[in-house]
Design a protein around this ligand. Structure first.
Ligand code: UDP
Length: 487
C-alpha cells in the first residue's frame, strides 16, 4: 500500500502497508495547479512505480482542486498516494488581479513551510530518496535539502522552453526593449530559431510581474540537482544533443518523455466516443484548445464558419468566449466546466446546419481516447505541450493555433523543417473562415497534410521505441533512478 497523507495535518503523515513497500524507494512529487501540470506529474509517478519499483506521493496545491484533477489522481495505483498541501492565502493577489504565473509562483513560495514539515515526516516514515517539483516549484527545493534528499525539477514542456528559461538571465541582460521588437529571431544552442514575438507569452512584457517571476525561476533552476523534461530526442534533436551534454553552468537535463495521460476508463458522458464510433476511419478533425483555452467571440464565429465551409467532419470542444483570448483567465483552474453554457455562443443555426458532419461538445472531451480513436484524422490544437505529445503518440498530425504560455514557441517547432508535423492557417489579425477552411482541407486531403501525416508516423514510432526497455527515454530515466536508489 501507498502512504496516505491527509491534506492539513503534516503530523498524520504516516506510512501504511507491508514492510516491503515501506522500504521501497519513495519519491515525492509536487504539481502546480493546472491539468497541463497535474497530468504529466501524476503519470511520471505512475511510471516510477510501474517500471522502477518506487512508491510515490503526489502533492497538489489547495487552489487546484477540480473534478478533472480528482479523476486523474484517483486513477493512480495504490502505491502512488496523493494529497493536497494545506491552503495558503492568495486573496491579496487575486484581488490585485495577479497573472497566473504570479499566482502559481507565490503559492509555491507560501507553501514551503508546510511542505518542509511534510517532507521531514515522510522522510522519517519512508525510504524517501528524492523530491521532484515542476516548473513553478524551484522555490520549494530547499524543502528537499531540509529533508536531506536531492531536489529535482520536472519540466512538463520541452527543451526549447527549458532553454529559453535557462538562458533568460543572460537574455535579460543582453536584450534591450521587448522580445517582440527584436529584428532577428532568438537562437539558442541546438534549438530552432524563434521569432521574438513567438517567445513565451509572459516574457512579452518585461515590466510585468509575470516576466519577473519567470526570470526568477530561470535563475533558481540552477539550484536543482537535475531537470527531467517531458520530451523525447526525435522531436527536437538539435536541442537534445546540446542539453544532454553536462555543462558546469546548469544542472544535468534528462529527456524522459513522452509522459502522457492514459485514456480515461469507463463511460463517456460527453457522447464523443459513441459519435466517433459512427464515423468512417480517419475522417474527423478534432478541435480543442486544451484545458483552459478559449477564443474571443469574433474568432469563435470565424472558426465555426471555417469548419462549416470546409465540409469536413469535426469534433469541436467549445468553451465560452473570452475577451482577452490571449490567456486562460478564469478557465485556468478548472476548464472542464464553464460558467455559461458555451454552445449558446455559436453562430445562429450552426449546429443544425452541421449536424450531419459535426459534433460540438461543451468544455471537455476525453481527449486521449478521441486521439486514439480510428476515426480521428487530425487535430486542431492550441499547442499545449501535453496535447502535442498526445497527438504525436497517436500518430495524429496537427493544425497549430497557439494562444498563450509557450504555445507559440511550440507551434514554431512543430512547423520547422526538422519536425514538420503541422500546418497553420494564414494569420492576418483575425483568422478568417476562408483561411480556416483552406488549412482544414489541406490537412484532411492535401499534399501538405499527407506529408505531415507521414512525418508524425515516424515521430510516433521514435517516441514509442524510446519508451520501450532499452529505448533512449527509458534508459535516461533508468540512469536517473539508479542514482536516486543509491543515494
Ligand atoms: N484535456 C482533456 N480534455 C479536454 C481538454 C484538455 O482531456 O477537453 C487534457 C489533454 O488531454 C491534456 C491536458 O488536458 O492532457 C491539457 O494540457 P496541455 O498541455 O495540452 O494544455 P493546457 O491545458 O496546459 O493549456
Amino acid at each position: 500500500m501507498a502512504p496516505s497523507y491527509p491534506s492539513a495535518h503534516p503530523t498524520d503523515a504516516t506510512m501504511s502497508g507491508d514492510g516491503d513497500d515501506a522500504r521501497a524507494p519513495h519519491v515525492v512529487l509536487l504539481s502546480s495547479p493546472g491539468m497541463g501540470h497535474v497530468v504529466p506529474v501524476a503519470e511520471l509517478a505512475r511510471r516510477l512505480h510501474a517500471e522502477h519499483g518506487f512508491t510515490a506521493t503526489v502533492f497538489t496545491y489547495a487552489s487546484s482542486d477540480s473534478a478533472a484533477q480528482r479523476a486523474v489522481l484517483a486513477s493512480l495505483p495504490p502505491a502512488v498516494g496523493s494529497a493536497s498541501l494545506p491552503e495558503v492565502p492568495l486573496d491579496d493577489l487575486v484581488a490585485a488581479g495577479a497573472a497566473i504565473e504570479t499566482l502559481l509562483s507565490v503559492e509555491a513560495q507560501r507553501a514551503v513551510p508546510a511542505l518542509t514539515a511534510l517532507l521531514a515526516d515522510i522522510g522519517r516514515a519512508s525510504n524517501l530518496v528524492a523530491f521532484v517539483a515542476d516548473l513553478f516549484g524551484a522555490d520549494t527545493l530547499p524543502a528537499a535539502r531540509a529533508a536531506g534528499v536531492p531536489g529535482y525539477l520536472f519540466f512538463p514542456s520541452n527543451l526549447l522552453m527549458l532553454s529559453v528559461m535557462l538562458h533568460l538571465p543572460r537574455l535579460d541582460a543582453e536584450i534591450e526593449g521587448e522580445f517582440r521588437d527584436l529584428r532577428e529571431p532568438v537562437r539558442l544552442p541546438g534549438c530552432v530559431a524563434v521569432p521574438g514575438a513567438d517567445i513565451l507569452g509572459p516574457l512579452q512584457d518585461r515590466s510585468s510581474d509575470a516576466y519577473r517571476w519567470m526570470l526568477h525561476h530561470g535563475e533558481r533552476y540552477r539550484d536543482a540537482d537535475g531537470i527531467l523534461v517531458n520530451t523525447f530526442d526525435a522531436i527536437e534533436p538539435g536541442a537534445a544533443a546540446v542539453l544532454r551534454r553536462q555543462e558546469p553552468w546548469r544542472p544535468p537535463v534528462y529527456p524522459v518523455g513522452p509522459v502522457i495521460r492514459r485514456p480515461d476508463d469507463g463511460e463517456d458522458a460527453t457522447g464523443c466516443m459513441e459519435w466517433l464510433d459512427a464515423q468512417p476511419d480517419r475522417s474527423v478533425l478534432f478541435v480543442s484548445f486544451g484545458s483552459g483555452g478559449a477564443l474571443p467571440a469574433a474568432q469563435m464565429d470565424e472558426l465555426a464558419r471555417g469548419l462549416e465551409l470546409s465540409g469536413q467532419r469535426f469534433l469541436w470542444v467549445v468553451r465560452s468566449p473570452t475577451d482577452s483570448g490571449a490567456d486562460p483567465g478564469a478557465n485556468y483552474y478548472d476548464g472542464s466546466k464553464s460558467k455559461d453554457y458555451p454552445l449558446r455562443f455559436l453562430p445562429f443555426g450552426f449546429l443544425e446546419r452541421t449536424k450531419e458532419v459535426g459534433l460540438v461538445v461543451p468544455s471537455w472531451a476525453p481527449q486521449v481516447r478521441v486521439l486514439g480513436h480510428r476515426a480521428t484524422r487530425a487535430m486542431l490544437t492550441h499547442c499545449g505541450w501535453n496535447s502535442v505529445l498526445e497527438s504525436v503518440m497517436h500518430g495524429v498530425p496537427m493544425i497549430v493555433w497557439p494562444l498563450y504560455a509557450e504555445q507559440r514557441e511550440n507551434a514554431v517547432m512543430l512547423r520547422h523543417e526538422e519536425t514538420k508535423v503541422a500546418l497553420r492557417p494564414k494569420v492576418r489579425g483575425l483568422i478568417l473562415g476562408e483561411d480556416i477552411a483552406e488549412v482544414v482541407n489541406d490537412m484532411m486531403n492535401g499534399k501538405e497534410g499527407e506529408a505531415a501525416r507521414n512525418k508524425v508516423a515516424k515521430l510516433q514510432e521514435a517516441a514509442r521505441s524510446g519508451l520501450a526497455p532499452s529505448g533512449i527515454s527509458h534508459e535516461t530515466l533508468t540512469e536517473l533512478v539508479s542514482k536516486w536508489k543509491n543515494t
